[in-house]
Design a protein around this ligand. Structure first.
Ligand code: SAM
Length: 299
């Protein structure tokens, strides 16, 4: 659209918000602005300053397709194709779980444990992220602790393709990151990057939703089932990881695993019974039990 036909981005955003609202999207106005920023090249957060700028035909056509997808119930993050996580802007699509804010706090805890473990020691620590999905945890650690050697695994080749794209996106900060395909600890059979007893930190956000837990349609219909549900109980993968990590952690190494609030206390008990020197529940900023943290003394 040019000249007399030109419609402003402000008007286009109003129309998009009306469509989103009719489709039942909460925060329709805010989402419409984000989608307009995505297609128009307006700087994120810069919508107000550009509201009177004439829209272009190509960008409006692209916006129409994105609004259509959002009205069909697809999560905003997949429609946009990227989403912020800590310092990163990660590519996301239906091959990977959308990184969640609570997982940012799991990274925070893993970094704190890493710093505590190293003290002033400048050696290059080995950190493993099991079930990396988009690479959110592994790449955050790599970017925020440049000396760490980070090994990120996933059983899903599709997820690893997304992680690889995001790894390429972080440039030099990703030079210490290795991606490995395989189920939990079996993945280490194909890499020399990890040795038994050689891992300082194992961090993970595994599937932990029980099979009969109702999920909102936006999650159940669009996010990968294999990233969410490990089995009927919900703790199947967490238990396997607590067990398996013992063979890979160094003496003094730490496991930091995200879980549901209802699972945390039982998992701490399980870790203590499994021989960890110490184990505790980690809480998120809202004070909810969101992780199990367990210290391995060595054999
Ligand atoms: C909850 S998602 C977490 C993704 C990412 N770490 C995050 O926090 O956004 C769980 C991930 O574990 C992976 N996964 C599921 N079963 C696995 C297995 N047996 N071995 C390795 N990864 C597995 C899924 O493919 C998925 O990417």
């Amino acid at each position: 659209m040019t000249g007399e036909d030109a419609v402003s981005w402000g008007e286009i955003a109003r129309q998009a918000a009306q469509r989103l609202e009719r489709a039942g999207v909460d925060n329709a106005e805010r989402e419409a602005r984000w989608l307009v920023e995505e297609v128009s090249g307006i700087t994120p957060g810069g919508f107000d300053a550009e509201a009177d700028t004439p829209a272009t035909t190509t960008a409006v056509a692209r916006l129409d397709r994105l609004v259509e997808r959002r009205c069909g119930g697809e999560p905003l993050q997949y429609v946009l194709g990227h989403w912020p996580f800590r310092t990163l802007d990660l590519m996301v699509d239906s091959r990977v779980l959308i990184p969640r804010p609570e997982t940012e706090e799991v990274v925070e805890r893993a970094l704190a444990e890493l710093d505590a473990l190293l003290g002033g020691d400048r050696r290059s620590a080995v950190v493993v992220d099991l079930g990396t999905g988009s690479g959110a945890i592994a790449l955050s650690i790599a970017c925020e602790r440049l000396a760490a050697r980070v090994v990120a695994t996933d059983v899903s080749p599709d997820a690893l393709a997304v992680a690889a794209a995001n790894l390429a996106g972080v440039g030099m900060a990703g030079h210490g990151v290795t991606l490995v395909e395989g189920s939990w600890f079996e993945a280490f059979e194909s890499t020399a990057a990890v040795t038994p007893g050689g891992v300082d930190i194992i961090v993970t956000n595994p599937p932990y939703v029980s099979a009969d837990d109702p999920l909102p349609p936006e999650v159940a219909d669009h996010e990968p089932h294999g990233a969410l549900v490990p089995g009927p109980v919900g703790t199947e993968d967490l238990v396997a990881i607590i067990d398996g990590a013992r063979g890979w952690l160094a003496a003094g190494g730490v496991l930091v695993a995200e879980c549901a609030p209802t699972q945390a206390r039982d998992l701490v008990e399980y870790a203590l019974a499994a021989g960890y020197r110490r184990a505790e529940v980690g809480v998120d900023l809202a004070g909810r039990d969101r992780m199990v943290v367990a210290w391995w003394a060595g054999e």
